[in-house]
Design a protein around this ligand. Structure first.
Ligand code: ATP
Length: 214
């Protein structure tokens, strides 16, 4: 089998920043995959976002303008209830069939929390997982997850094309110490996150308004 993989990069994107975009871009190039940025409407595993789903989608749309390697996929916004990745992958499988490789891109910090995700073991039946490095303190991998990874680990991008799902690959991406938390804090303090977020977010007076101090 060799068809172009589809990869999803989910998150709250509250707001989207250069760390997300550069990681997604590098993964897309390395995997030769179409990458879909998938904002969560109701993230199940963390505090609720500051900006509502429509505002976070608008920031992503502005950020992604001018290129077509990274696309915006709003399917979680159309669904009621928590935005489970399992449901997103199941819905993508309905669109693309059972054979095309499907990849979940996930930062190393988020990956160690995978065992709390809805139907986490079944995610590997629907997709590969590509774990992106992040320059942050990463907690230890829980034993249950380490065991699954040990059985599924591959060390080349090519392996992700030989099966539709089921492998785990670690990928080194540029180390950008940027988080949405930091950007929200800068804006709340009345400072400008220039060169941490795409210029398009700064150019539109409305997009970052939810985070600015009143
Ligand atoms: P917050 O600070 O609000 O927790 P965040 O910056 O971690 O937000 P999320 O939207 O929660 O952003 O992250 C979505 C995905 O992007 C996660 O898989 C996360 O690990 C990854 N990610 C976020 N920032 C980076 C970065 N600088 N480098 C690599 N991956 C990142």
């Amino acid at each position: 089998m060799s068809s172009q993989p589809i990869a999803i990069f989910g998150g709250t994107f509250d707001p989207v920043h250069i760390g997300h975009l550069r990681a997604a871009w590098e993964a897309s190039e390395a995997l030769d995959a179409e990458v879909r940025m998938v904002p969560a409407k109701i993230p199940p595993h963390r505090p609720q976002p500051v900006a509502d789903a429509a505002a976070r989608a608008a920031m992503l749309r502005a950020a992604l303008e001018g290129q077509d390697r990274l696309k915006l996929d709003l399917r979680e916004l159309d669904r009621a209830g928590p935005s489970y990745t399992f449901d997103t992958l199941a819905s993508l499988r309905e669109d693309i069939g059972t054979q095309r490789p499907l990849i979940v891109l996930i930062g190393a910090d988020a990956f160690v929390g995978l065992t709390s995700w809805h139907r986490w073991r079944e995610l590997f039946e629907l997709a590969h997982v590509c774990v992106l490095t992040r320059p942050a303190q990463i907690p230890a991998t829980p034993d249950a997850l380490a065991a699954v990874v040990a059985a599924r680990k591959v060390d080349s991008v090519g392996a992700l094309r030989t099966a539709p799902a089921g492998c785990v690959l670690d990928m080194v991406v540029s180390a950008l110490g940027i988080s949405a938390t930091r950007i929200r804090r800068l804006l709340a303090e009345g400072r400008e996150p220039r060169w941490l977020v795409p210029q398009a977010l700064l150019d539109d007076p409305v997009l970052l308004a939810p985070y600015r101090k009143a």
